[in-house]
Design a protein around this ligand. Structure first.
Ligand code: C2E
Ligand code: MG
Ligand code: MG
Length: 603
């Protein structure tokens, strides 16, 4: 038999096992123990060597040269631990004569262990970690000086291994704080039964992107110093019955002892305030953007529930909030998880492309009633969730870095369809929605490449940017829009009238069209005041040389009200709902026929 890590040799009971932390296996790796134990066993001529550590773990080595197993039981193990706890070298000539090794209340003296020599094991910082024990079935009076020295050397080596394991499993080398494994082990130890709870506080020190920027600009040692400085602030806030952990590159967690009540809102305010104070790190002053989360972790949820993930989700949400802290909210967490699910599904849909489709909504010239353009609108048919609206998935794509591939797919699919219509003799333009993320120097290249691929003239295309993107972008982006415009493309300002319209910025926009938002169009036929506002917006658009489009026209009354306004085009469900590409030709045909019929109302 060789090494037995963390458990006893055959016939011996396991030490009490606390609920296992996720990385429990790592806890059992003890570098070099087997070699050390083999040396001690052969130098002292003993069949059994044990290393018992203060954190409760035990390592056993039984020499192959000594057949048979030791029948160790829990009481004997407790006695060995008692010896290990003292921190001094000890030789027990015959354990059968030693009161500590007698089981309480019963008679039979253990025949298995007679001789026992213990040597304390110290860590790298000199702290007592436990003891190395050499055990024999036969009593022995003492150890020879050479044997004692060998046991001392073996204990020193075991100490190095144990310290290494201790640090690897518990301590973050950069901040010297206990890390995530230690957090899970301590939490599990605090909640050993199915009942009970513990309060957890999580601290998101700074947004990850911002923290990465610190690292890029100042180096890793600066980031480590920043985390240490933050940890010191948290420690100054903590009371004696709290323990601090570094659970991620930018994240700290505090475990409150079982008896502790939840920290009061005032205490949490104080924590946020101390973290928001500017910090001077290596001479560089910084203001962090911390988020503090609070969770009551229930013992019963410990195994599957991942309390750390949940409390971190609370601290993440708190980062953008005014008070800087939030209590874990299951519904909000569920929404976030759903979003994450959607993002992964959207990424798959973008590479597979079978679930995505473009629909096209006609834009009709108000004067002639002719359909002059179609707006491409993305549709996602999810196999289990059903129709997911672009209002839900476009913002997610923006957040998750998927916007470029979504837009590229829209360009590709939309332009392929437009090319087919043009080849069929239809005289149409296509308008494409573009997100703020797309608005950079590459946009023109991406569009030109797509147009060339499909043989579509750029003059057949129009890009729609929302008002906020169009207006709040800087000179560089205005330059990008100007370049697109001079390449022949139309540029429309979408959803106009619901943002903060800066007229000066609007005047300087290299746009060709202005789409007045449907929420304003909605009120046209009922509220005279709103109608006056829409009328002046449309007049302003015309004045600035834009082609004015009213979107979201739903009723004949709205259309009638618009006819009275300075407006060029209309778009909305009253005229036609967005439809799949193959349905467009049929609709155009019916629409043209309806226009030709003398008594037809509408466009
Ligand atoms: P949008 O660009 O303002 O598009 C018009 C939206 O109004 C579309 O919603 C359209 O279906 C809807 N609509 C049209 N007529 C009516 C009407 O009479 N009544 C009402 N209530 N709604 C009408 P949809 O397709 O759900 O798209 C919502 C938004 O999602 C779009 O607003 C656009 O901002 C964004 N979006 C859609 N497709 C794309 C895309 O391919 N790329 C990007 N970046 N954004 C897209
Ligand atoms: Mg649009
Ligand atoms: Mg719009």
């Amino acid at each position: 038999m060789g090494i037995s890590q963390g458990s006893l040799p055959d016939g011996a009971p396991e030490a009490d096992a606390a609920p296992a932390p996720p990385d429990a296996d790592e806890k059992h790796a003890l570098p070099g123990f087997e070699a050390v134990a083999r040396l001690a066993s052969s130098a002292l001529g003993v069949p059994l060597v044990a290393l018992l550590l203060a954190d409760g773990s035990a390592y056993w080595y039984a020499s192959p040269g000594h057949p048979g197993t030791f029948a160790l039981d829990a009481a004997l193990l407790a006695a060995c631990r008692e010896v290990a706890r003292h921190g001094s070298a000890e030789v027990i000539a015959d354990a059968r004569e030693d009161a500590r090794f007698q089981p309480a209340g019963t008679d039979p003296v253990r025949a298995e262990v007679a001789f026992l020599a213990a040597e304390p094991v110290f860590g790298l910082d000199g702290q007592l970690l436990g003891a190395l024990l050499a055990i024999d079935r036969r009593p022995r009076l003492t150890l020879a000086p050479g044997e004692r020295a060998a046991l001392r050397d073996a204990a020193a080596l075991a100490g190095t291994g144990a310290a290494l394991r201790y640090y690897v499993n518990r301590i973050d080398p950069a901040t010297r704080l206990p890390h995530r494994n230690a957090f899970f082990a301590d939490l599990a130890a605090q909640l050993p039964h199915e009942t009970g709870h513990a309060w957890l506080v999580a601290i998101e020190v700074a947004p990850v992107t911002r923290f990465n920027a610190f690292v890029r600009a100042m180096g890793h040692s600066y980031a480590d110093a920043l985390m240490r400085a933050t940890a010191e602030r948290v420690q100054a806030w903590m009371t004696a019955d709290m323990q601090l952990y570094q659970v991620g590159a930018t994240r700290l967690a505090v475990l409150l002892a079982g008896s502790h009540d939840a920290p009061t809102p005032m205490r949490l305010d104080a924590l946020v305030a101390t973290l928001r104070d500017p910090v001077d790190c290596q001479g560089v002053p910084l203001t962090l953007q911390p988020g503090v989360g609070l969770l009551r972790a229930e013992a019963v949820e410990l195994r599957g529930g991942d309390p750390l993930r949940r409390v971190m989700s609370a601290s993440h949400l708190a980062q953008g909030s005014a008070n800087g802290w939030s209590v874990y909210d299951r519904d909000q967490d569920e929404r976030q998880r759903q979003e994450f699910f959607l993002v992964t599904e959207l990424a798959a849909a973008l590479s597979d492309r079978t679930e995505l489709e473009l629909h096209y909504q006609p834009r009709v010239d108000l004067a002639s009633g002719r359909c002059v353009a179609l707006e491409a609108l993305a549709r996602w048919h999810h196999p289990t969730l059903g129709e997911v609206s672009p209002g839900a998935f476009v913002p997610l794509a923006e957040q998750a870095g998927l916007m470029r591939s979504l837009t590229d797919w829209v360009f590709d699919c939309g332009l392929a369809q437009l090319a087919q219509w043009l080849r069929g003799g239809l005289d149409l333009r296509l308008s494409l929605n573009v997100s703020s993320i797309d608005l950079d120097a590459m946009l023109e290249k991406r569009l030109v490449a797509a147009a060339q691929r499909h043989g579509v003239p750029l003059a057949r295309l129009e890009l729609e940017f929302t008002e906020s993107i169009a207006i709040h972008h800087d000179e560089l982006n205005r330059g990008v829009l100007a370049a697109l415009r001079s390449a022949g493309m139309g540029i429309a300002i979408d959803d106009f009238g619901i943002g903060y319209s800066n007229l000066d910025a609007l005047r300087r926009m290299p746009a060709t069209g202005l789409k007045i938002d449907k929420s304003l169009v909605r009120a046209l036929d009922t509220r005279a005041h709103d109608a006056a506002i829409v009328r002046s917006m449309a007049a302003l658009g015309r004045e600035l040389g834009f082609r004015v489009v009213m979107e979201g026209v739903e009723t004949a009354r709205e259309l009638a009200a618009i006819r009275d306004m300075p407006c060029d085009e209309v778009q909305g469900n009253y005229i036609a709902r967005p439809m799949p590409g193959p349905a467009v030709a049929g609709w155009l045909h019916r629409h043209a026929a309806a226009r030709a019929a003398p008594a037809t109302p509408g466009c």
